[in-house]
Design a protein around this ligand. Structure first.
Ligand code: HEM
Ligand SMILES: [Cu+2]
Length: 535
């Protein structure tokens, strides 16, 4: 008889839906986010089918507007923002610091319920008739003209925001208060530095979004003029408020991914992360500087030239800490003893795709180029390279890396590598042509286009088909592994982190004896054997 673990300790529904165990809550999030990912993905697939031909043969303009709005809202708020923090972070963070749980376990459960309430309200808005404003809710369209379910969708996002704030607080307090003896800040795994920086943004920025959504509601319901110029409002005020949240939010959508990449790169090159302190502080620098660049979304709104120049300059500055990380990952790989297991394939893909996303961000930060590229497919390609090529790739990498820890089972390495390669190929075929389309002037958010754009659109739609199939693959082999996979040992990758020192899956209370940390993270001996942080 094997020892009880967090999965086998209790089987009742009650033990799942009223659990305060961070590991079970992570699983609840994982199940919900997987659902949202595939709902959002279905919207994307429908759009790419429509765009395979220049005419409108699948959906009307009205439906198309609702499709991309639904896709954006679901993906941004109900997948990307919570993805790594709430699933991998929830599961792994306490294990990494040698704690029994997060600082506020019941708050953690409450956050999941709030998240699900927000998600249900948003899904209701989509099913009841949809919303057509785009995920950005731009005014005056969202306040004045749109007859769609703006209020309901905004309410859903508003509610989900509270979940973000509470989760952020929980991580901040946990990382401050619950570190194992000996686990100083500079011995903290870099994943936790990035989670910490992300949480700071979550706590400081999310309230701004919440207020903005309330202002939309007040304007729509009571005709108070915040944004509508006819009643004395200013539509640009909305854009300022929105991007003051949403630019930092794009770092919520990439920092945790960067954090995961440190763990993977180090483990699969059997080396310490190069320039640990630089990488650690780069996360906080990105979080801080990210608050100063929102105006690069507003270059064509007629803001003053001086304002645009400052925002342009700051956008270049915030690229520096991101570049530091890319350099340091590359330096970590250099002369490492590389192993190309599936998580490593995702990590390498991440470095390449994130670099393309980041560099094209610099193109857009140049005023003259941005005037040409605004609201074209170039922007669409840019942010998908960051958000999908970056965050989603890192999420898959981390999911595979920690899968044996989470489930206690090994997955098929053959299928995992196949999926990783297909995802990389499908992704590039989907989004690279969009840079070309954008540079040639194809605007975003249209369902018909001149025939000369068809070739690149067909390639993109073809890539999307491969990508969609490739994203479905893990559902099968990971699902299979849960029931039939070989049993995983405590430390299948031979990694040094604390999370690998407890059994797979971990017992309910995580550690039988409180670990005491004696080493910096990522230590490997000369023959590439991991030296556990607590040995
Ligand atoms: C690191 C993570 C990043 C993410 C997740 C991200 C995400 C996004 C998103 C979602 C948009 C589109 C907004 C919309 O119009 O709906 C966007 C646009 C933009 N991004 Fe990024 N971005 C990132 C990095 C960067 C960097 C490093 C720069 C420049 C240094 C940059 C510069 C821009 C600019 C200037 C635009 C506006 C383009 C336009 O609307 O014409 N981004 N980004
Ligand atoms: Cu931005």
């Amino acid at each position: 008889m094997t020892e009880l673990n967090y999965l086998t300790a209790n089987y009742t529904l009650r033990s799942w839906f009223f659990t305060t165990d961070h590991k079970r809550i992570a699983i609840l999030y994982f199940a919900s986010l997987t659902l949202f990912f595939f709902i959002g993905g279905a919207g994307a697939t429908a759009m790419r089918i429509e765009l395979a031909t220049p005419q409108a043969d699948l959906v009307s303009d009205d439906i198309y507007n609702r499709l991309f709005t639904m896709h954006g809202i679901i993906m941004v708020w109900f997948f990307l923002i919570p993805s790594i923090p709430n699933t991998l972070g929830n599961f792994i963070a306490p294990l990494m610091i040698g704690a029994r749980d997060l600082a506020f376990p019941r708050l953690n459960l409450l956050s999941w319920y709030i998240f699900m309430l927000g998600g249900s309200v948003t899904l209701f808005a989509i099913l009841a008739g949809g919303i057509d404003t785009g995920w950005t809710f731009y005014t005056p369209f969202s306040t004045l003209y749109s007859n769609s379910y703006v209020m309901v969708a905004a309410a859903g996002v508003f509610i989900a925001g509270f979940s973000s704030i509470l989760t952020g607080l929980n991580f901040i307090v946990t990382i401050h208060r619950l570190r194992a003896p000996g686990l100083t800040w500079y011995r903290l795994p870099l994943f936790l530095w990035s989670l910490y920086a992300t949480s700071v943004i979550l706590v400081l920025a999310t309230p701004v979004l919440a207020i903005t959504l309330v202002l939309i509601a007040v304007e729509r319901c009571f005709g108070v003029g915040f944004f509508d110029p006819r009643i004395g409002g200013d539509p640009l005020l909305f854009q300022h408020l929105f991007w003051f949240y949403s630019h930092p939010a794009v770092y919520i959508m990439i920092l945790p991914g960067m954090g995961v990449i440190n763990e993977l790169i180090s483990c699969f090159s059997r080396k310490q992360v190069f320039g640990y302190k630089f990488v650690a502080w780069a996360s906080l620098a990105i979080a801080a500087l990210g608050f100063l660049v929102w105006g690069h979304h507003m270059f064509v709104t007629g803001q003053s030239l001086v304002a645009s120049l400052v925002f342009s300059f700051m956008s270049f500055v915030v690229a520096v800490p991101s570049a530091i990380k890319v350099f340091n990952w590359t330096a970590t790989l250099h002369k490492g003893s590389l192993r190309f297991d599936a998580p490593m394939l995702y990590a390498l893909a991440f470095i390449g795709l994130f670099t393309i996303g980041g560099l094209t961000g610099l193109f857009l930060a140049c005023l003259a180029f941005d005037v040409h590229a605004t609201d074209t497919y170039f922007v669409v390609a840019h942010f998908h390279y960051i958000m999908v090529g970056g965050m989603v790739t890192a999420y898959f990498g981390g999911l595979h890396y920690w899968w044996p820890k989470i489930t206690g089972r090994l997955y098929s390495e053959y299928w995992a590598r196949t999926a990783a390669v297909l995802i990389f190929f499908g992704f590039n075929l989907t989004f690279f042509p969009q840079f070309i389309l954008g540079a040639e002037g194809m605007p975003r958010r249209y369902h018909v286009y001149p025939p000369e754009f068809q070739l690149w659109n067909v390639l993109s739609s073809g890539g999307a088909t491969i990508l969609a199939a490739a994203y479905l693959l893990p559902l099968f082999y990971l699902g299979y592994s849960v029931f039939f996979g070989a049993r995983a040992s405590a430390n299948p990758w031979d990694a040094p982190g604390l999370e690998w020192q407890t059994s797979s899956p971990p017992p309910e209370h995580n550690f039988d004896i409180q670990p005491v940390v004696t080493r910096a993270p990522y230590q490997y001996s000369r023959n590439f054997e991991a030296e556990p942080q607590n040995a």
